[in-house]
Design a protein around this ligand. Sequence first.
Ligand SMILES: *[C@@H]1O[C@H](CO)[C@@H](O)[C@H](O)[C@H]1NC(C)=O
Length: 295
Amino acid sequence: MDVMFFNARLTIIFVLFLKNVCPETLRTYRMENYCGQEISMILDSVYNGELVFSSDGMSNCTVTIESWYSVPYLQFYFEDFDVGSDDCLTDKLLMKDGESVYSPAISGLGPKLCGSDKPADSYRTYTRYLRIEYQTRRYYPRSVSFSIVFNSFDVGTCAAWETRCDNGHCIRDEMNCNGYNPCGDHSDCNLTVGSIVGIVIGSLAGLAILLAVSVVLICRHRRLKFRNVPPQGPVPTIATSYVNYAHPSQPGVIPSYINPWYSTGQQQALPDPPAYEYSSVPFMPQAQISSQSGK
Ligand SMILES: *[C@@H]1O[C@H](CO)[C@@H](O)[C@H](O)[C@H]1NC(C)=O
């Protein structure tokens, strides 16, 4: 039971680890393809995604991301950021909290973004919309690029299928530990020291129990195997079981050697019988011999 529990836990940790090492690929939206449009997370049935923009030409582009009714806020951060010069004169990015051109700037971000210093934090909306306006007044081509990783979240009481972040955000379980900081404060994938120690000890204990069980099973298997195999190699001679008797011709004299003829042991092949004594006299019964000699 414990082994199962710890192994299940280990598997979960391993999966989480893998998810962090090789993050899942997010649905990518190319902003150029959505200029003047709204990206509806509901219609696309997504809870997170990446908005990528790259431009070599002169064109303004505004895109609004709309979150779910039930999961109504958006968390986002910049993955790449290279938007013109630092003076924000030729190129600038406006990030607004709402769907209108008059919506306020995202809290924590300035009204205009430009340059190549990537905004460091993760930011959130207080409405269902994130409006992204790219404006340019360039007269010569210059490449501009940025990308935004975003996901929806909820506050209040988290649903059964949601994970609670330290900052009180509720994110969908499948987003937990996906390597994209869905909480905004890196509190997903949170392992306390205690739980790590518990997992390590649990894993070691599980491993020890597994090892013990394996050893017992292997030994049992081998025992059963040997029980069914007939003994091989030379049959051991049971020298101690020989019982020596006195030779009939020498009663009372126990031979100092083990004479198999007079032993009970039958393990060894019997030696040849005593050589037959040939004689020129043909064999005849004793009676005949005595009658002949008496003649
Ligand atoms: C982009 O929008 C800005 C601000 O509205 C405007 O000044 C500029 O001329 C526009 N650029 C192009 C290429 O339309």
